[in-house]
Design a protein around this ligand. Structure first.
Ligand code: NAP
Length: 280
């Protein structure tokens, strides 16, 4: 069956850049997904006008479990499996009060991405590549509290999915109560959501590595760089095509790569998320 690469939040910004870059090098269809049909179809038409006829549309709202299930069923029926999955869709909420901001940001950037993975991972073919789009905001050094920091640092070794979910819920509760800083959390909901996503990536890789049937399934998390997109109010210096570089690198890693569960920076260098150093 034909190969497929799925990109979430593909209608604009980085996701659109990733779809464009992947379509140029990927031997199969690139499924540009979006939560709004009109915006998604428009984006596909724009890429098809560039000659990228292997880009197709499918509806996907990552906050809606049934929407994920419907897309999974379509992919199974049409392609029989998944070769590349890029979890790009994300938000930077500016909603006030802070507790609500934490709730919506962690819900989408952590729990919804996790739901996507939960429903789509059973379709991953051996040799597939998964990319979680993190951020430089999600570096571990953002957490000053040593106890919390060491819990996140133990992702990929001893931290369980359940413990990580509970950490994210603890943050949401503390943010709602207004004592998150006193409890050692950063005063930054987006940063915590991306720290959670990174820790999730590290556990996911650990699970793939433990499964003999998924020996060459690889997941990494990337920092795309500071780009000009709606999310940054177009303040970042990088274009979406420049920002897409690290995701495309991670999505096209060769067979039997040892780049697994790693933090890939915008220039494609591999960084140590736990010990650093992290570029300025
Ligand atoms: P953007 O221009 O705001 O695009 C975000 C995309 O995600 C849009 O397509 C949006 O769809 C989609 N999305 C949001 N919630 C969704 C949901 N529930 N279901 C499906 N799609 C959803 O932002 P961006 O800058 O391209 O960001 C893309 C990713 O890069 C995010 O994960 C972000 O955290 C990360 N990132 C960005 C930067 C940067 O400098 N821009 C830096 C580091 C990391 P709608 O159009 O329907 O809203």
């Amino acid at each position: 069956m034909r190969k497929v690469a799925i990109v979430t939040g593909g209608n604009k910004g980085l996701g659109f850049g990733i779809c464009r870059g992947l379509a140029q090098v990927f031997d199969g269809d690139v499924l540009l997904t979006a939560r709004n049909t009109q915006r998604g179809i428009q984006a596909v038409q724009d890429l098809q006008k560039e000659g990228l006829t292997n880009v197709k549309f499918h509806l996907l709202d990552i906050d809606d479990s049934e929407s994920i299930a419907a897309m999974a069923a379509f992919v199974k029926e049409t392609y029989g499996g998944i070769d590349v999955l890029v979890n790009n869709a994300g938000i930077k909420s500016r909603t006030e009060p802070f507790g609500l901001q934490a709730k919506v940001t962690i819900a989408t950037n952590y729990f919804s991405v996790q739901d996507c993975c939960h429903q789509l991972f059973p379709l991953l073919r051996n040799g597939s590549r998964v990319v979680n789009v993190g951020s430089s905001s999600g570096v571990l050094e953002r957490i000053q509290d040593q106890d919390l920091k060491s819990k996140f640092a133990s992702s990929g070794s001893t931290l369980t999915y359940e413990e990580l979910d509970n950490l994210m819920r603890d943050f949401m509760e503390a943010a709602n109560a207004g004592d998150h800083v006193a409890k050692g959390w950063p005063d930054h909901t987006y940063a915590v959501s991306k720290i959670g996503l990174t820790a999730l990536t590290r556990i996911q890789q650990q699970k793939f590595s433990e499964n003999p049937d998924l020996k060459d399934v690889v997941i990494n998390h990337v920092h795309p760089g500071y780009m000009s997109t709606d999310l940054t109010c177009h303040k970042g210096p990088l274009t979406i095509d420049q920002g897409a570089k690290s995701s495309i690198f991670a999505a096209t890693l060769p067979p039997n790569t040892d780049v697994k569960g790693q933090y890939i920076w915008s220039d494609c260098q591999i960084l140590d998320w736990v010990h650093g150093p992290i570029p300025a």
